[in-house]
Design a binder for this molecule. Structure first.
Ligand SMILES: [Mg+2]
Length: 360
C-alpha cells in the first residue's frame, strides 16, 4: 500500500551520525542518545512524524521515479508536521525536565526515525528534523527490509507508523505498536505535559473479556467480570508502554514533582464504573500500575471526553473509537490486536449501539 515498501535497494542502513548537520562540518551532539536498554525507545515512521500526503499522492499516481524527483527537488523544504509530531515534541519536553533533574541518567525517551523510504528522501527528512529542532539522533533507513529486526535491536517500547501492515507485523511479534491517524481538525495540545490515553480491553489488557462480550453479549460480560473481579486480566500489547511511562513518572515523584509531573496518563474505557470497572482497576493495581485518571464511559462515545482531555495520543483496538476520536480532533492510534480485528466494523458498530441502547 505504501511507498515505504517500494524501494528497490535491499541495503539497509542505520545511522547515528546525524550530528553531521550540514553535510560537511561535524557539529557537537547536543546530548548523547541513551543506550537502547536504558531508554524508553519510541520508533516513529516518517509518515507518522511528518505529513507526506502530497508526496504519497505523487507516488501512487505517477510512480517511484517522479516521487523521488519531487522529493529531491523539494529537499530544502521541510515537511509539515504529521499526526505523531505533537507527541514526539511532548516526549522531548519530558526529556528536558528529566535531564534537569537527573543529568547523568539514561532513563530518558529516545526517538528513532524508522523508515523504509528511499535513501534519497533521507536528506529531506534530516532537513525537516533540523528545521523543527527535533532531538532525533537515530535514524533507521531499512531500504524496504522488514523493520522487525531493527525494532528489536533498538528495544523499541513503542512503534508508531502510518502503515497498518507494518504495525500488524510488529504486534504479531509482540512489539507495542499502533497505526496513527491524522485528526479531522486541529486541537491544541499542551506543550509541557505529555498526555497519553489508553483504552483498556485489548490495549492495556488482553482481549479475554472482550471475547466473552462478543460471544455471549453484554449481560454475560457483566456477570463474568463480576465473578472474576479478583482475577487480574492478562496483559495487552500496550501494558509495557504504560509501565515505562509509570517508571518515568516515579522519577518526578521522587523529586517532589507529583503535582507538576510532565507525564499524565488516562484510562478511557467503555466499561462502566459500577460493574465491570472494578476488575480493570484491580488488574492495574495487581501490576503495580495506575493511570492518573480513569474514565468509565459505560458505552458512551469516547471522542467528546478525549476532546476535553486533549491527549497527544489515544490508543484503541477498535476502529470506530479511533475514528470517533479523530473526528473530534484527537490524534488516535489503532492497535490491531484481539478479537475485534476478526469481526467486521458493522458488528462492532451494532454492539456499540446496543451498549448505548441498554443505557450502560
Ligand atoms: Mg478495547
Amino acid at each position: 500500500s505504501a511507498f515505504e515498501n517500494g524501494s528497490k535497494n535491499p541495503r539497509a542502513s542505520c545511522s547515528e551520525t546525524l550530528n553531521r548537520r550540514d553535510g560537511a562540518a561535524v557539529m557537537p551532539l547536543r546530548n548523547n542518545p541513551p543506550k537502547p536498554q536504558n531508554a524508553i525507545t519510541i520508533a516513529v515512521s516518517s509518515r507518522a512524524l511528518f505529513n507526506m500526503d502530497r508526496e504519497q499522492d505523487i507516488y501512487e499516481q505517477q510512480g517511484m521515479e517522479d516521487y523521488l524527483k519531487y522529493q529531491i527537488q523539494h529537499e530544502i523544504e521541510p515537511f509539515a508536521p504529521g499526526p505523531a509530531f505533537p507527541f514526539i515534541k511532548a516526549v522531548e519536553a519530558v526529556n528536558t525536565r528529566l535531564r534537569e533533574l537527573y543529568p547523568d541518567s539514561e532513563e530518558l525517551f529516545d526517538v528513532v526515525l524508522m523508515t523504509s523510504n528511499h535513501a534519497h528522501v533521507g536528506l529531506r527528512l534530516i532537513n525537516s528534523i533540523n528545521h523543527y529542532q527535533l532531538f532525533i539522533e537515530r535514524f533507521c533507513m531499512t531500504g524496504g527490509n522488514s523493520l522487525i529486526g531493527y525494532l528489536k535491536a533498538y528495544h523499541a517500547n513503542l512503534y508508531l507508523s502510518a502503515d497498518s501492515m507494518k504495525v500488524r507485523e510488529a504486534i504479531e511479534e509482540g512489539i507495542a505498536a499502533a497505526t496513527v491517524f491524522s485528526p479531522g481538525k486541529i486541537t491544541e495540545v499542551p506543550e509541557t505535559q505529555l498526555r497519553v490515553a489508553f483504552d483498556g480491553d485489548a490495549v492495556l489488557f488482553s482481549d479475554e473479556s472482550e471475547r466473552i462480550y462478543k460471544a455471549h453479549g453484554l449481560d454475560k460480560f457483566f456477570e463474568h467480570e463480576k465473578a472474576h473481579e479478583n482475577k487480574p486480566l492478562d496483559h495487552g500489547p500496550l501494558k509495557g508502554f504504560l509501565e515505562a511511562l509509570g517508571k518515568l513518572q516515579q522519577k518526578f515523584y521522587a523529586k517532589g514533582q507529583r503535582l507538576d509531573c510532565p507525564i499524565r496518563t488516562y484510562l478511557v474505557t467503555a466499561r462502566s464504573a459500577a460493574s465491570s470497572g472494578t476488575r480493570a482497576l484491580k488488574t492495574l493495581r495487581s501490576w503495580g500500575l495506575e493511570t492518573d485518571e480513569a474514565l468509565f464511559l459505560a458505552g458512551a462515545p469516547k471522542g467528546p471526553m478525549l476532546e476535553k482531555i486533549r491527549p497527544h495520543i489515544f490508543f484503541d483496538d477498535q476502529m470506530f473509537h479511533v475514528e470517533g476520536a479523530a473526528e473530534l480532533g484527537t490524534v488516535a492510534a489503532h492497535v490491531p490486536y484481539g478479537i475485534a480485528q476478526t469481526l467486521g466494523n458493522r458488528l462492532e458498530q451494532s454492539s456499540f449501539d446496543s451498549f448505548r441502547l441498554l443505557g450502560h
